[in-house]
Design a protein around this ligand. Structure first.
Ligand code: CP
Ligand code: NVA
Length: 307
């Protein structure tokens, strides 16, 4: 059976740990120049209905380095923009390519694509989730700080796709996660219900409470793609959620700050804090490449589907 990665909870904890280990191997192989091309002659279709720098570059370079090829398209340049049904697009692409990555608005679009495709579908970001980012961020955290089981993680800011995927990761792996969002901008309600299964999960509207004694602070933009009309209201609502030195001072002394990027200086993070952690943050961006190569290799390996 083919596997999809529409959200983090599509994979098991064991599979997630395998991918993190494999990402480290793939990163090392690239560093020492060992060719690793298990996906020769395979094509990944990439559909972008929202802008992207990292996701596009890391997936396109990733599939190329694995020996395969990327086909990049979007609604405006294809018949999707003229109303061709998704169920037909899915079945057509499935006859040409070996996996489809999509970045779009509604999670239902990814779910529908996965339902009709006979090849794996990967969620490259929706309004609800950003699973590839958080999978790779788990890799970055373990690379710098060791096993996530022993760490305290915080997420401060909008209860958006990043917050939701962090919550999914904490449900999957059972690590300690505290999330701080303003009351009107909470993460997905159904997911918060599910998160009750993890006794180490906490939600608050106080960013200081969330970062107290943590090892890792995550943040993200206050105005996600598609929310631009809410910009003014959001800037007011989030004003006390900026990662600055005062907030950072409440975390562990050797705490690190992650940002999935793009970053808006002196909004969700001060320029000073951003630059202090720039090496971590750009390693985080780099690790999209290694983590997603592990994902592509795994999901596009037909032996897995037959199991
Ligand atoms: N972090 C992230 O997904 O970046 P892009 O929007 O540039 O792909
Ligand atoms: N929450 C952001 C993430 C960007 C990578 C957005 O959806 O725009």
């Amino acid at each position: 059976m083919k596997r999809d990665f529409t959200k983090l909870l599509d994979i098991s904890a064991e599979e997630c740990r395998y991918l993190l280990k494999r990402a480290a191997f793939i990163k090392q192989a690239r560093k020492i120049g060992t060719p690793h091309k298990p996906l020769a002659e395979k094509t990944l279709a990439m559909i972008f209905e929202k802008a992207s720098t990292r996701t596009r570059a890391s997936f396109e370079i990733g599939i190329t380095e694995l020996g395969g090829h990327a086909l990049v398209t979007n609604a405006a340049e294809s018949q999707m923009g003229r109303g061709e049904p998704l169920c037909d697009t899915a079945r057509v692409l499935s006859r040409y390519v070996h996996a489809i990555m999509i970045r779009t608005f509604a999670q239902e679009t990814v779910d529908e694509l996965a339902r009709w495709s006979t090849v794996p579908v990967i969620n490259g970001l929706t309004d609800l989730y950003h699973p590839c980012q958080v999978l790779c961020d788990l890799f970055t955290i373990e690379e710098i700080k060791g096993p996530i089981d022993g760490l305290k993680i915080a997420y401060v800011g909008d209860g958006n796709n990043m917050a939701n995927s962090w919550i999914e990761a904490s449900i999957l792996l059972g690590f300690s996660l505290s999330v701080a969002t303003p009351d009107g901008y909470r993460p997905d309600r159904a997911l918060l219900e599910r998160a009750k299964s993890n006794p180490k999960f906490a939600l608050t509207n106080d960013p200081r409470e969330a970062v107290e004694g943590v090892d890792v602070i995550n943040t993200d933009v206050w105005v996600s793609m598609g929310m631009e009309q809410e910009k003014e209201d959001r800037q007011k609502a989030f004003a006390s959620y900026c990662i600055d030195d005062a907030l950072l001072g409440l975390a562990e002394k050797d705490a690190i700050v992650l940002h999935c990027l793009p970053a808006y200086r002196n909004q969700e993070i001060t320029d000073v804090v951003f630059e202090r952690f720039q090496d971590v943050i750009f390693s985080q961006a780099e690790n999209r490449l290694h983590g997603q190569k592990a994902l592509l290799e795994w999901i596009m390996t037909e032996e897995l589907w037959k199991a």
